[in-house]
Write a protein that binds this ligand. Structure first.
Ligand code: URA
Length: 209
């Protein structure tokens, strides 16, 4: 599929299998989501530009690579996005953070916004928007619609699992936003859940069910 990177690294796939298991505890799920998000974050930041700085090692002087002043905003789509955000912030501790609060109307499955706060100077920032589950795509599309109003330099979308339906709908709405995921699963069920999936990511992360 175009504009979708499925991260097939064995560590990612192994951790994802553990997360899918229904007997995995809340603590285990949370830890795994943080670990896997660091690995997803590693891939999503692969094209960050470098510049060179002259430094002194204990032995000699060298021109050493450093990140080229990229301003990153990690934007979490609440509430389960916070799990991925935590992992990515371990990799990019200086990143600024935004939140988009959306809930899914159980009848229509449409996204309804209840919270929005992003950092200043969004025009200078590269956005990594995060939500573990790209299911119908409605909340991701609504979140990206809103984020685009702040005019960031670029947007990438990171999720743990995607449904083919969600990927298609998302790309029809936002063909310019690349998706990074650990798996594209089989399909959505009648309740909008990803099959085989891992259940409700928010409930599993926060132990709310
Ligand atoms: N949101 C979830 O948490 N799980 C799904 O399977 C679909 C949407």
């Amino acid at each position: 599929m175009k504009n979708v990177t499925v991260i097939k690294h064995p560590l990612v796939q192994h951790k994802l299998t553990l997360m899918r298991k229904k007997e995995t505890s809340t603590a285990g799920f949370r830890r795994l989501l943080q670990e896997i998000s660091m690995l997803l974050g590693y891939e999503v930041t692969r094209d960050m530009p470098l510049t060179y700085e002259t430094i002194e090692t204990p032995i000699t002087t060298m021109d050493a690579p450093i990140l080229d002043g990229k301003k990153v905003a990690v934007i979490s789509i609440l509430r389960a996005g916070n799990g991925i955000m935590d992992g990515i912030l371990q990799l990019i501790p200086s990143a600024r953070v935004g939140h988009v609060g959306l809930y899914r109307d159980p009848e229509t499955l449409e996204a309804v916004e209840y919270y929005y706060k992003v950092p200043e100077q969004m025009e200078d920032r590269d956005v990594i928007a995060v939500d573990p589950m790209l299911a119908t795509g409605h909340s991701a599309i609504a979140a990206i619609n809103k984020i685009k109003q702040s005019n960031p330099k670029s947007i990438k979308f990171v999720c743990l699992l995607a449904a083919p339906e969600g990927v298609k709908t998302f790309h029809e709405a936002h063909p310019d936003v690349d998706i990074f995921t650990a798996s594209i699963d089989s399909h959505l069920n009648d309740h909008g859940y990803i099959v085989p999936g891992l259940g409700d990511a928010g409930d599993r992360l926060f132990g709310t069910k």
